[in-house]
Design a protein. Structure first.
Length: 157
């Protein structure tokens, strides 16, 4: 997983010379767009490159989506401050922070109309989670999306 881009595959390692020093880069191809990204091998974890979620991580994501936020949190900061915070979470590459963004925006939508930017961000977070769940569970994106929707519907009895 690559932050804010989604599932990718390392298709090679390239050597490049930067300021007279040889550096190794992963050549990452993003599945959804075909975009190719060079990621320095020695900084891969710093930029957020990580393996696809395991079953335990997926279960934790679904638990996060089921959580109900207190009403007071839905009336928090202004939309632009929320937007910046959500964008930071998506850029972090953390599966759990992306799940928090989707959960928070989904619940916020119940209480007020989301701005255009917030709606796009919600779609981005959902898309990233759908991609990762479908690969992790080895299922299609429709089934992964249904699992997310079920979790967002609330806690199970």
């Amino acid at each position: 997983m690559y932050p804010s881009q989604g599932i990718g595959q390392i298709v090679g390692v390239e050597e490049r010379e930067i300021h007279g020093k040889a550096c190794s880069f992963y050549l990452l191809e993003v599945a959804s767009s075909g975009l190719r990204i060079l990621v320095p091998v020695d900084k891969a974890s710093q930029v957020g490159l990580r393996p696809v979620a395991n079953p335990k991580d997926v279960a934790e994501v679904l638990d996060i989506l089921r959580e109900e936020l207190p009403q007071s949190e839905c009336k928090g900061p202004s939309w632009n401050r929320r937007y910046r915070g959500f964008m930071d979470k998506i850029k972090s590459g953390s599966l759990f922070e992306v799940a928090e963004v989707l959960r928070d925006l989904h619940q916020l939508r119940k209480h007020k109309t989301l701005s255009f930017g917030e709606r796009r961000m919600m779609d981005t977070a959902r898309g990233l989670l759908v991609q990762e769940l479908s690969v992790s569970r080895q299922t299609d994106e429709g089934a992964a999306g249904a699992a997310l929707d079920e979790a967002l519907a609330g806690p199970t009895a």
